[in-house]
Design a protein around this ligand. Structure first.
Ligand code: UTP
Length: 407
C-alpha cells in the first residue's frame, strides 16, 4: 500500500494522526507502517459505545451435569474419552496469545515461575497435567499453542529451551492469532512508537479462524481429529484432555462441553453458563444483574450457579458450521502503551483506552447445544490473573499446595 492509499484508508476512519511522524521515519520504517495500516481492520472502532453485551436475549437456566452425576457414570465416561484420545480424535488447544497485562510481567504468562522450592513455570505445570493423560492413554494428543505476534518468539524459544517440558515435540504446533488496533477513549488509535500502531491480540476467539488460516484445521481433519479441547494458559490446576469430560460430552452428543465450577459467592467474577433465547450462552460477571444473581430454581437453589473456567470441548464439525457468522466484538478497557506528545513511549499504570476482542464464550452461544460439566473447584480452578489477592500467583500457589502439588 502506498502513502496516498494509506492516508485515504485512515481518513475514512478518522485516524490520519497515525501518519504524523511519517516524514521522520527511515524508508524501511515507512514501508513497515504502510504495511501495518494496510493490514489493520479499523472498522472495529465503530463498536465503541455500541457494545454487544448491553443487548441480551432472554436468559433462562441451563442444567449442569453435577459432579455427583459425573461420579455415578465416571468409569463409563472415562472409557469413552480414553477411546477417543487413543483413536486420535481429540486435540488440545492452549490459548496463550493474551498479554497478561494484569500480571505485569514482560514475558508471556506461561513463562511465569510459580515455584517455591523449584522452578515451576506455568507452561510446565500445564504440561505436567497433560502428561497424566498421556500416561493413562499411552498417546500424546496433538497440542496446538496459540500465540500472538507480541509473544510468539519468546514462547517458542522458551518451549525449545525447556525441551517441550517433556511433551512429544512432534505433537506440538504453534500458530499466531491476528491483532486489532488499540485506541484511546475517543476512539483515536494510539501509536506505540513513531512508526508502529498500538495493537493487541484480537481476543481468544481468534483461535479457530487462525487455525483455518494456517491450514491446521484441514490437516487436523485429515488426521481424524473431531474434537478440540480449548483451555486458558492461566489456570494451573485444570485437567486438560480430561477423559471423563470428553467422554461425557460425546455421550451427551452435544456440540460442545464446558467445564464449570460452583460459584463461591453470588458475585464471584466468573461468567455463568445459561440459556439465552433457548441457546447455550455465558453471561460475563460484569453483566450479571442482581436479578440473575438472586434467581432460584424450583428447588430453591441458585439458578445461575455454575461458572465457566475457560476449558471447553468443541466439535469441529459444529465449528465449521458457524465460521461464516461474525462473533460480537467486545470493547475492553485496558492499559495500552502509547506515544506521548513528546514522542516518548509511555507504559501506563492504569487503563487508558480500549482493546477490541472476540471471545470464546461467544462461540458457545453459536453452538446448538453445550454440556456444562461440573468439576470440583478445589481440584481444577486456580486462575492466575494478578500477582497478589484474588485469582493471583499467591492464591494459585495455595490451591496447588492443597492438592499436594510440589512447588
Ligand atoms: P484474559 O482474558 O485473562 O487476558 O485471557 P490476558 O490478555 O491473558 O490478561 P490481561 O487481561 O491482559 O491481564 C484468558 C485466556 O485467553 C488467552 C489468554 O492467553 C488466556 O489464556 N487469550 C486472551 C488469547 O489467547 N488471546 C487473546 O487475544 C486474549
Amino acid at each position: 500500500m502506498g502513502y496516498l492509499a494509506a492516508y485515504d484508508k485512515l481518513l475514512k476512519h478518522g485516524q490520519t494522526h497515525l501518519l504524523r511522524y511519517y516524514d521522520e521515519l527511515h524508508e524501511a520504517e515507512q514501508e513497515q507502517l504502510l504495511k501495518q495500516i494496510d493490514g489493520t481492520d479499523f472498522s472495529v472502532l465503530s463498536s465503541i459505545g455500541n457494545e454487544v453485551s448491553k443487548k441480551r436475549g432472554v436468559i433462562s437456566p441451563l442444567k449442569a451435569m453435577e459432579s455427583r452425576e459425573v461420579y455415578a457414570q465416571l468409569e463409563e465416561f472415562a472409557a469413552i474419552g480414553i477411546d477417543a484420545i487413543r483413536k486420535g480424535r481429540v486435540a488440545l488447544v492452549m490459548l496463550a496469545g493474551g498479554m497478561g497485562t494484569r500480571l505485569g510481567s514482560a514475558h508471556p504468562k506461561g513463562m511465569y515461575d510459580i515455584g517455591i522450592n523449584r522452578s515451576v513455570y506455568i507452561f510446565a505445570r500445564l504440561v505436567e497435567n497433560i502428561l497424566e493423560v498421556v500416561e493413562l492413554t499411552g498417546v500424546f494428543p496433538p497440542l496446538y499453542i496459540m500465540t500472538s505476534e507480541k509473544n510468539h518468539t519468546a514462547t517458542t524459544t522458551f518451549w525449545e529451551e525447556q525441551d517441550y517440558f517433556g511433551y512429544d515435540k512432534e505433537q506440538v504446533t504453534f500458530f499466531t492469532q491476528d491483532m486489532a488496533p488499540a485506541s484511546d477513549y475517543e476512539g483515536k488509535v494510539y501509536l506505540e512508537s513513531k512508526g508502529v500502531i498500538s495493537t493487541s491480540p484480537n481476543g481468544n476467539a481468534g483461535w479457530y479462524s487462525s487455525m483455518i488460516k494456517w491450514g491446521l484445521t484441514a490437516a487436523a481433519k485429515a488426521k481424524g481429529i473431531e474434537w478440540f479441547n480449548i483451555f486458558a494458559v492461566d489456570n494451573v490446576l485444570q485437567r486438560i484432555g480430561d477423559p471423563a469430560f470428553i467422554g461425557a460430552t460425546i455421550y451427551a452428543n452435544t456440540d460442545a462441553g464446558a467445564k464449570v465450577v460452583k460459584k463461591n459467592a453470588r458475585d464471584e467474577k466468573v461468567g455463568i453458563i445459561c440459556l439465552e433465547d433457548g441457546r447455550p450462552s455465558i453471561v460475563e460477571y460484569y453483566d450479571m444483574t442482581d436479578e440473575l444473581m438472586d434467581a432460584v430454581d424450583d428447588k430453591g437453589k441458585p439458578a445461575y450457579n455454575y461458572g465457566v473456567i475457560l476449558n471447553y470441548l468443541f466439535r469441529m464439525e459444529s465449528l465449521d458450521a458457524i465460521m461464516a457468522r461474525k462473533l460480537p466484538l467486545h470493547v475492553v478497557e485496558k492499559k495500552i502503551d502509547y506515544l506521548d506528545a513528546n514522542g516518548v513511549t509511555v507504559k501506563p499504570d492504569a487503563p487508558n483506552g480500549y482493546k477490541f476482542e472476540r471471545l470464546v464464550l461467544d462461540m458457545i452461544h453459536e453452538m446448538d447445544s453445550c454440556l456444562p460439566f461440573e468439576v470440583y473447584r478445589e481440584w481444577e480452578f486456580a486462575p492466575i490473573k494478578n500477582l497478589t489477592g484474588v485469582d493471583s500467583v499467591e492464591s494459585a500457589r495455595e490451591l496447588c499446595l492443597a492438592c499436594g502439588i510440589d512447588l
